[in-house]
Design a protein around this ligand. Structure first.
Ligand code: C5P
Length: 232
């Protein structure tokens, strides 16, 4: 899958989402549908966005027993989405079941990628709540290795972990990274951020950008700036 900018559609309703997408008449950005939009509006969201020819990253972060995740993925296969997320913490059997579900459902092409440690988890909280004795970075690398061994197509991580993940994974392993800002952008609640050109240099394959595009005065122009910086 070639490098790309993914626009996070963090809107509550389908109407607002489509109104936003209608601004992009000459370009068709790769878009991210997350829990907020999907759980309130259902599969119709996917069908409507597909009709408009956008690539879709469905960020549902599935985490359950292997059999349940298998069934969910086998069902989701019919939507021909481009990327789907699951939680690496679900374990190798669950990760394999997710991939097998997509294959058995008839859409092997959907890249199944794993969330390692959430970027909202601090090392201190991880140690206290998950009772892990390793560093956050070691935990992320461990999850990246397990995901690759389980046959997954990539991981979601912070930009700052990408170089290390590259050392423990195959060349075409996807590294999808949120927390992207230009120096002039508002950070919002993101803490460990990087610019699109830093992400490119560090080896991200996809950057996920929400508010700097969705809240921009001219979202199409903002999207093109991110694209220019990341793809060039
Ligand atoms: O608005 P902003 O650019 O911060 O949006 C980033 C998007 O990436 C949001 O949809 C957010 O949920 C998502 N995300 C993230 N950090 C993660 C995983 C997903 O910011 N670890």
């Amino acid at each position: 899958m070639k490098r790309d900018v993914i626009v996070a559609l963090d809107f509550p309703t389908l109407e607002e989402t489509l109104e936003f997408l209608d601004k992009f008449d000459d370009v068709k950005p790769f878009v991210k549908v997350g829990m907020e939009l999907y759980l309130q509006n259902g599969p119709k969201v996917i069908e409507e966005i597909k009709k408009r020819d956008h690539k879709i990253f469905l960020d549902l972060k599935l985490h359950d027993i292997p059999n349940t995740v298998y069934g969910a993925c086998r069902g989701l296969a019919r939507f021909s989405i481009d990327i789907l997320t699951v939680h690496a913490a679900g374990g190798v059997e669950m990760l394999k079941a997710a991939k097998k579900g997509m294959i058995d459902g008839g859409h092997e092409k959907t890249a199944v990628i794993a969330v390692t440690q959430l970027t909202s988890t601090s090392e201190e909280n991880m140690k206290k709540e998950q009772l892990l004795v390793v560093s956050l970075e070691e935990s992320v690398l461990n999850y990246a290795k397990l995901s690759e061994e389980a046959g997954l197509d990539g991981v979601v991580s912070s930009v700052h972990e990408v170089e290390k993940i590259n050392k423990v994974s195959r060349t075409n392993f996807l590294k999808v990274t949120p927390g992207i800002r230009f120096d002039s952008d508002d950070l919002g609640d993101q803490k460990r951020v990087a610019t699109p050109s830093e992400a490119r240099k560090l080896g991200s394959t996809h950057i996920v950008v929400g508010r700097p595009i969705t809240k921009a005065k001219d979202p199409v122009e903002a999207y093109k700036l991110f694209l220019d910086e990341f793809i060039k």
